[in-house]
Design a protein. Structure first.
Length: 136
């Protein structure tokens, strides 16, 4: 595989990771839990809210990219839901700090990035085949 294809493949892998993380965040947007205490702990027996993830993308030596998945900070925000059995005395619960509009935009960007890198791989393959046909 040429270095061009290797770089494009790393971009496709990064786009896939971004889509996976965004989909997980969107799917768990309603996964609330108890508000953490001042020390960051959740009361015993109470559920914890989903901690949204984010992708950190860095360049690799020699070209390409690599990704690392981390927990978004701040991971939760307080929302009013007095019917939740784990709500505090003010009716507040912890909800994942997920922006749905950013999640949808992120999914679209991941899709376009994947397609662009796939096109680069196809172009590299065509160039290699043309070179081999000329030399034959």
């Amino acid at each position: 595989m040429s270095s061009i294809s290797t770089i494009a493949l790393s971009g496709m892998n990064a786009a896939t990771r971004r889509l996976e993380v965004s989909a997980s965040n969107v799917a768990n947007v309603m996964s609330t839990g108890a508000l953490p205490n001042a020390d960051g702990t959740v009361p015993a027996g109470a559920p914890t809210a989903y901690a949204p993830l984010e992708v950190v993308q860095t360049e690799s030596a020699g070209g390409g990219t690599q990704t690392t998945v981390t927990t978004a900070m701040p991971s939760t925000t307080a929302v009013y839901d007095p019917r939740a059995p784990f709500a505090n005395q003010n009716g507040l619960v912890a909800a994942p700090n997920v922006d749905l509009s950013q999640g949808m935009v992120g999914q679209m960007i991941a899709s376009y990035s994947f397609a662009a890198n796939a096109t680069v791989m196809k172009a590299d393959e065509r160039m290699t085949n043309t070179l081999l046909n000329i030399m034959a």
